[in-house]
Design a protein around this ligand. Sequence first.
Ligand code: LMR
Length: 340
Amino acid sequence: MRSLPDAVSRRTWLAALAGVAALPRRAGAAATPEITLRFSHVVAEETPKGLAANRFKVLVEQRSGSRIGVQVFPNAQLYGDHDEMQALQLGAVDLVAPSLSKFGRIGLPEFELFDLPFLFDDLAAVRRITLGPLGQKLLQGLPRQGLVGLGFFDNGFKQMSANRPLREPGDFVGLRMRVQASRVIAAQMRALGARPVTLPFSETRRALATGVVDGTENPVSNFWTQAMHEVQSDMSLTNHGYLGYAVVSNQRFWQHLRPDDRTLINQALQEALTFANQIADTQNDHALQALRQAGSTHIHSLTSGQRTRLRQAVQPVQRQLASRIGSDWMRDLQQALRKT
Ligand code: LMR
């Protein structure tokens, strides 16, 4: 999936190590933006995240009269899951939007609360966390890692896929399931009798094609835009978990921006995130339609009994992972979800 020549990422990386890319780049020529923000992400441009990043670019460039430029690097062109956060911390890129499942590995395991299976009934329940005090508190933890959290947004609910129908807990037994680097998701797969295999997103399709893993989970827009339908014969509409993102920047970079530039950038970003939340559902619906039309993957809807049995099978995960997430976070989470 890395379509830029290695030399490009190498140059950026070397520049970062040399400290020259840590601050906004300023150039003399009028046609060249005074500041260029580099926004790196791992998914396709036609996904909610890809579209939000492109929207952000347009808004920033229009409103700044092109004085501020945005370069978007989709599809892990520059950095994949394993190195994008480190690249941000080093200043090699300025904005990333990893899934919430990918913050545990940088010392923020509380973000994995979003991965608890069957936690949210709908997106309104997600909003009670992301727009409430708990969401603010989560973002406030990011400076511990030299980062600043600028907001949350959705992809949507995840579905399960493999080369056989996955309807009952027994269907998962023995399958190697690709997961993101989240202990909660790994525990969810183990509770179903599967073997979790952590892999970067950009390697997932190939791993499915070559049989390194048997199946995976993701919202349909990610599944479709990576052409996973060519290598997975079955998808079950389980809606068993949520996939969302946090946009993060390098704290040093963010603080060095001029206050009015920071305001412009932040405003454009908040609008792009609102836009992403508005289109996320539709993007997943379109992807599901396209998937049905392609006809290569059987789509299975679950009966309520099947869904209940899956839910029961993964129920122990909440208790097992409560100490990783933290008991205070778990208490606040339950309280926030109880409020109407
Ligand atoms: C994944 O790794 O499965 C997803 O988090 C990719 C993404 O960023 O949507």
